[in-house]
Design a protein around this ligand. Structure first.
Ligand code: UT7
Length: 329
């Protein structure tokens, strides 16, 4: 009888995260715009957000998160051969924030590049890194979600400025052997989608080739909300179908942290028990591509996520973009 064939899996070797020091509470925002702690908590679940200090950049946040993830993995930057930074708030138009971080970490081999899928960026970056690793071309990937969304906000627009915050999270993925079943440890499946028909519902009204300015975030929140639950539950179903698993098999649901009501509706629609849902949006608001690794980092640090657990991550954001990844920790 022939031996069952082995496949390459991208296994999680460590996660890390970083939030800037300055905390802005809902009460502080009440002083700046016509809003209330009650409204923000009831509509979104957000209680506070962290805002980068003047001069503190996306790459600096990303470096702190990456260093923590490398420490958790017992690795140093020179052992990484693929670095992907998911961000919509790069330090500069170019070079990529990823190459800034590559240099700072002493990663003197391989390749580093940015990826832009707004709030879905981390899921897109995990899927991309997984495909590189599975192809055999790269062995150790550092995937970072890092954002300074505070720099894109119109601080006079109460419909958006209360929702977002700054932060960064990172994950190290390492090539490992698997049997090709859902019992393998590592990324089991990824599902990415986009639909540009929705591009005007959530966008930034500036850029190098339009206004020549950075611009401000503009969102039709109701429209985004209307599509969010259906889109993320679609790609979660795809992940379960591709792996022959169910919501019952899943240990932890770690969604993009934009709005507590979207998270709870998605979990309910999928039949996910509330105690399996990791929610951190109350502590840092919507940090776009950084939100999932921030939530993962929290749930690993407090002992919830353990080796062998089945973890679903999903996100939806500007574009629209949306996606899921099912990971055996
Ligand atoms: O990461 C992916 C991207 N983003 C999202 O996932 C966000 C998706 N959307 C949402 O989370 C929600 O739509 C929001 C939290 C943005 C808004 O919640 P909503 O329940 O859809 O409220 P709404 O937009 O229908 O606004 C209700 C009312 C309006 O007043 P009127 O017109 O009913 O008199 C708003 O003007 O709330 C008002 N409002 C506010 N009131 C106090 C809007 N923003 C605020 C505010 N404080 N900050």
């Amino acid at each position: 009888m022939s031996e069952p064939s082995k496949i390459i899996r991208s296994r999680v070797a460590g996660v890390g995260c970083y939030l800037p020091e300055r905390v802005v509470t809902n009460a502080e925002l009440e002083q700046a715009v016509d809003t209330s702690d009650d409204w923000i908590v009831q509509r979104t679940g957000i209680r506070r957000r962290h805002i980068a200090a003047e001069g503190e950049t996306t790459s600096q946040l990303g470096i702190r998160a990456a260093e923590a993830a490398l420490r958790a993995a017992g690795l140093t930057g020179d052992q990484i051969d693929l670095l992907i930074v998911a961000t919509s708030t790069p330090d500069y138009t170019f070079p990529a924030t990823a190459t800034q971080i590559q240099f700072a970490l002493g990663m003197d081999q391989g390749v580093a590049f940015d990826l832009q899928a707004v709030c879905s960026g981390f899921v897109f970056a995990v899927a991309t890194a997984d495909k590189f690793i599975k192809s055999g071309s790269h062995r150790r990937a550092l995937v970072i979600g890092a954002e300074t969304f505070s720099r894109l906000l119109d601080w006079e627009d109460r419909t958006t400025c209360v929702l977002f915050g700054d932060g960064a999270g990172a994950m190290v993925l390492e090539a490992a052997e698997g049997d090709g079943t859902s019992k393998d440890r590592g990324v089991l499946t990824t599902h990415l989608r986009s639909d540009g028909a929705h591009r005007a519902k959530l966008y930034v009204d500036g850029g190098p080739s339009t206004t020549g300015t950075t611009g401000h975030l503009r969102m039709n929140g109701k429209e985004v909300y209307r599509h969010a639950v259906g889109m993320v539950t679609d790609v979660m179903r795809d992940a379960f179908a591709a792996t022959g698993t169910t919501a019952e098999d899943m240990t932890w649901f770690v969604p993009h942290q934009a709005n507590r009501r979207i998270i709870e509706s998605s979990a309910e629609k999928m039949g996910i028990a509330p105690e399996k849902v990791v929610i951190t949006v109350d502590r840092h608001g919507n940090t776009s591509a950084a939100s999932i690794p921030l939530a993962l980092c929290t749930a690993v640090a407090d002992g919830r996520i353990k080796p062998g657990d089945l973890v679903m991550i999903e996100a939806m954001g500007g574009g629209f973009t949306w996606g899921s990844a099912l990971i055996r920790w």
